[in-house]
Structures are given as C-alpha cells and as structure tokens.
Design a protein around this ligand. Structure first.
Ligand code: UT7
Length: 317
C-alpha cells in the first residue's frame, strides 16, 4: 500500500517582481536573467508569512479532494523558510484548518517535497494513515541577500500542496544526499548567548552557482534515468516530467539526455522563479488544473538542491 493523489492546490503572494524591477536597484538586466535562467518574474511576500502561503495552498488542495480537516491523519510540510523555529509550519496549518492530527516539517531544501513524499509513503505502508496533507512552502525572499545579484534574481515565494489517500500511485523513488556546506548554505542567526564565540556569518543563501548547476544537471539526468529503468519502464512511457524549477538551462540539458519528448517537461519557472521545496507541488497543481492530466498517466518528479540533495519518484496519476 502506498498512496494516490486526491487533490492539489497552490498559492503565491500577489506581489509580482519583474526582472526590470530588480534592475532598478541591482546591476542586472531583464536580458541577462531571462537568457541565463528563463525567469521573467517571481512572486514575493510583502505581509504574507510562510504559514499563510502553506495554508492557502492547503485549503485549495483540501477543497479539490473533498477531504475534511477532521479526516486528516497527518500533515507534513517541506520548507527551509518556516516563520518560527517552533511551531512548525505544519503545526500552524493544522491549527488554522482545525485538524487534530500530528504535524511536522521536513528540511531537505529544494528536494524537500520529494523527501516528504517518500516519508509519506512510509506512513501509508505501515497503515499508520489513511488521509494525509503534504505541503511545500517557502518564503525564500526572507533568506536572500538582496544585494547579491547571483542569488536574489533566481528565487521566488510560493506554496503547493497535495491531499493523499490510500492507493498504489507511488511506484518508485530515489533519495540522495551528499553532505556539502561549501556549495550551498544558509547560516542561522547565532543568537545572543553571552558564551558564544562563533562569528555571525551573513545569514542568507550562499551558493556557488556553477558548481550547483553541474550537480543539478548530473543529478537530474542520473536520478531520472536510473529510477525509470529501476521501475521497469521505457523512458518514452513517461507522460510528464515535473522537474524542480531552478534554471531553464538545467531542464533543457536534461531534455537532451533523456529519451522523453521535450513537450512532456513541465515548466513554470518563467512566472515563479525557483520556489525551492514549493516548486514541484506548484507545477503538479498547475498541470492538474490545466486538465491535461489523465488517470493512469505516469509522472516522473525530480529535484535537487541544498544538502546537497537530490530525489526523484514516479507517480501513477
Ligand atoms: O534550487 C537550488 C539549486 N540551485 C540551482 O540549481 C542554481 C544553479 N546555478 C545557476 O542556475 C546559475 O549558475 C546561475 C543562474 C546562478 C548563474 O548563472 P551562470 O551562467 O552560472 O553565471 P556565472 O555565475 O558564471 O556568472 C557569469 C557572469 C559573472 O560575471 P563575470 O565574472 O563573467 O564578469 C557574474 O558576475 O554573470 C555575472 N552575473 C550577473 N550579471 C547580471 C551573475 N549574476 C548576474 C546577474 N545579472 N543577476
């Protein structure tokens, strides 16, 4: 027993920031950002919190699924930008929904939602849950150094959610970690301990772009090829590829290396940028609501990011 998807939802804050808006205070241009990343605009929080984004996405997924809050057996949220060290985003959403189930957050950076789906599959396999709400939510704008043009132009805020029920839709998965705090890291606030002797490092996202890029292309291609073979499918049988939306050039590189028609790769990075753990459920929700998904379609989801981490899974819709 694993799970099937009963409903999806997503939410972005209303404030749209275009590349030209960034060029007004940074040494960058619409042309550079579009050509190097594929991003035209992103949504950025003004007054909204990560919990607000997560809650709105959850409400949309719950409405589509027809599942009531009191039926939920667990809520999980993948995030690196929760509003509090405690409570978790999942606990705040539980309270707002009026649910009574256990709730917790998971951190695997941009791969977080796929680590979370695998965690969810374990709870279903043990018969511990029948209905579950899973969310990826990020107010990543809070973690950006807005003077650093090599990072702040590529990220955006948003949330995506799914309601899961018992089923056999989760066919195969792979999770990988390669511990490395040199390529990507986001230091925490060092606090006010009178005994602390550690220096405060700039508490924003530090990323070596080109190294991350190389890791991403390798991870995405390698994970998808291995996973599809392991699941016993020919690559052409995959109906939809849902890649983490980090850079259109990473997705294009994977397209060239896989025997899957390019139009089956779903892309929305142009409108939202990289929303970290929210990107995969946001793309799935967009595809689901487009009416293009059919029952039985095979979806290959893949993500990579901080940790370093990468993950992939195959879902039957
Ligand atoms: O989700 C987490 C995983 N993250 C990723 O997968 C991100 C992977 N990396 C990337 O997407 C790309 O490496 C970036 C978009 C971050 C950077 O693109 P790039 O083509 O690798 O650029 P670069 O870092 O090699 O920089 C090329 C030039 C540099 O100038 P010089 O040294 O050649 O004079 C940069 O200073 O572009 C400059 N540059 C910019 N110029 C205008 C860097 N950022 C900008 C900018 N606008 N925003």
């Amino acid at each position: 027993m694993s799970f099937c998807v009963l409903g999806t939802g997503s939410y972005v804050p209303p404030k749209v920031v275009t590349n030209d808006d960034l060029a007004a205070f940074l040494e960058t241009s619409d042309e550079w950002i579009r050509e190097r990343t594929g991003i035209r605009q992103r949504h950025v929080c003004e007054t909204e919190s990560t919990c607000d984004l997560a809650y709105e996405a959850a409400v949309a997924a719950m409405a589509q699924s027809g599942v009531k809050a009191e039926e939920l057996d667990m809520i999980l949220c993948a995030t690196i930008s929760g509003d509090f060290a405690t409570p978790s985003v999942a606990c705040v959403v539980q309270k707002r929904l009026g649910a009574i189930c256990p709730a917790m957050d998971l951190n695997a950076a941009c791969s977080g939602f796929l680590f979370l789906l695998d965690t969810a599959a374990g709870f279903f396999a043990r018969g511990r849950v029948k209905k579950m709400l899973v969310i990826g939510a990020e107010r990543i704008s809070r973690l950006l150094d807005w003077d650093d043009r090599s990072t702040c132009v590529i990220f955006g805020d948003g949330a995506g959610a799914m309601v899961l029920g018992e089923g056999d839709g989760y066919l195969a998965s792979q999770l990988h970690s390669k511990g490395d705090d040199d390529v990507i890291r986001t230091p925490v606030f060092e606090g006010k301990s009178p005994f602390n002797r550690r220096e405060q490092e700039n508490p924003y996202i530090h990323m070596k772009g080109q190294e991350t890029f190389r890791f991403a292309v390798n991870a995405m291609t390698h994970d998808l090829k291995n996973l599809i073979a392991q699941a016993g499918f020919a690559e052409e049988k995959i109906d939809w590829v849902i890649p983490h939306q980090a850079n259109i050039r990473i997705i294009d590189a994977a397209k060239k290396r896989l025997h899957i028609p390019p139009e089956r790769f779903c892309v929305n990075i142009d409108r939202y940028g990289n929303t970290s753990a929210a990107s995969i459920p946001m793309v799935v929700d967009e595809l689901n609501r487009s009416g293009k998904l059919n029952r039985g379609d095979l979806l290959a989801l893949c993500a990579f990011g901080g940790g370093l981490s990468s993950a992939a899974c195959i879902l039957r819709w």
